[in-house]
Design a binder for this molecule. Structure first.
Ligand SMILES: CSC[C@@H](O)[C@@H](O)C(=O)COP(=O)(O)O
Length: 357
């Protein structure tokens, strides 16, 4: 089984969600019980390993998991990578192939933690140069911390490194409507880390910039196209426009596995559209899961809603893309291609090392 921390229950309670089979894991992914690009890859990988262990149809499981949500490229990456490990080992029998699939999922998990630590280092270095003097006031959106990663996350991993170095003055946490990944999850992690933080309504970001209260914006990504366009949680693009207008660095932090070289431009990124009730109905009373509705009406019954889960920010508005393989700044197609090539070289060096060992 795959056991998850149910993110829909946070911050009210830390509840485990046990997924005994692939359909249950697919449902958990769709309901955002597990969410955020890197950990979706890890969950997809463990889901395929689970199917292999239970002698289910592994190809079918990988297909279902890869398509559970369309925008985060890591989900399909994780599922396909573990499927490939299973297939390669299939000649040795089902038990052997299942063991290889589990090993591949664990490797993915470990690599994600390592990537997170490298991103934190690169990001901190970049911020030291971008905003002279300590005491940074960083604005972030959605949740990009340990809840989305085998390690400390992406953008929030950088914030945590800055905080540990005593260089964080304040973390501004955009609430991230409609499912409040900022106020529910990022604020939860900020409190846990002992940061000075404030939650703000998404619509308050403009006046915060106008007041000169933001030194840098740090966000994650669900998919980065070959031209450097960035798909991330809806509400990211308006922040990039504001940052550009106010001359504030807008930095995207993501593992290189979030780059999709096969999607040439931002317009080629499929943006997930979600149910109207996430916008029109509040979460259930008390500890009701976020996104499940059941709470007070926020709009007239039957109201239509526009509810894209993500938006796409063009590369011209992105100051830097920080990855585990280094930083592209300015963000150009050539810079993005260079990051992918560094990643391929590292993978081939480590494969050669394993063959020699
Ligand atoms: C490191 S997480 C980066 C992104 O996955 C995150 O910012 C985001 O948009 C997540 O969206 P979600 O719909 O909550 O899965």
């Amino acid at each position: 089984m795959v056991v998850l921390l149910d993110q829909t229950r946070l911050p009210v309670e830390e509840a485990e969600l046990v997924c005994a089979d692939v359909p249950a894991l697919v449902a958990a992914i769709r309901s955002l019980a597990v969410r955020g690009a890197p950990v979706l890859g890890v969950a997809g990988g463990y889901g395929v390993a689970l199917a292999a262990a239970r002698r289910f149809d592994v190809a079918e499981a990988a297909e279902q998991l890869a398509h559970a949500r369309p925008t985060a490229v890591n989900l399909a990456y994780g599922a396909r990578r573990v499927e490939a490990a299973y297939r390669e080992a299939a000649g040795g029998g089902a038990a052997h192939a299942a063991a290889r699939a589990l090993a591949a999922a664990r490797e993915l998990h470990r690599e994600d933690a390592e990537a997170s630590a490298r991103m934190a280092g690169h990001g901190r270095e970049l911020l030291a140069g971008l905003v002279p003097g300590g005491g940074l006031r960083i604005l972030t959106h959605c949740n990009t911390g340990r809840l989305v990663s085998g390690g400390e996350g992406t953008a929030l991993a950088v914030v945590k490194a800055v905080h540990r170095a005593g260089e964080l003055r304040r973390l501004w946490v955009g609430e991230t409507r409609p499912l409040l990944q900022g106020s529910r999850l990022t604020a939860y992690e900020a409190a846990e880390a002992g940061m000075a933080y404030s939650v703000l309504a998404d619509g308050a970001a403009g006046s915060l910039f106008a007041a000169g209260e933001v030194d840098a914006v740090l966000v994650g990504a669900d998919r980065i196209a070959a031209d450097g366009s960035v798909a991330n949680k809806v509400g990211t693009y308006p922040l990039a426009v504001l940052a550009g207008h106010h001359g504030v660095p807008f930095v995207v932090v993501a593992p290189v596995t979030t780059i999709d070289p096969d999607t040439e431009t931002g317009s080629g990124i499929e943006v997930e559209q979600r149910a109207a009730h996430e916008v029109t109905v509040g979460p259930g009373p008390g500890s009701g899961p976020a996104g499940a509705g059941g709470g007070p009406a926020l709009a007239p019954v039957g109201a239509h809603a526009y509810n894209p889960a993500f938006d796409v920010t063009p590369s011209a508005l992105v100051t830097a893309v920080v990855t585990d393989e280094g930083t592209a700044s300015p963000v150009t197609a050539a810079g993005i291609a260079e990051l992918c090539s560094t990643s391929r070289k590292r993978a081939s060096r480590s494969a050669n090392g394993m063959m020699k060992a």
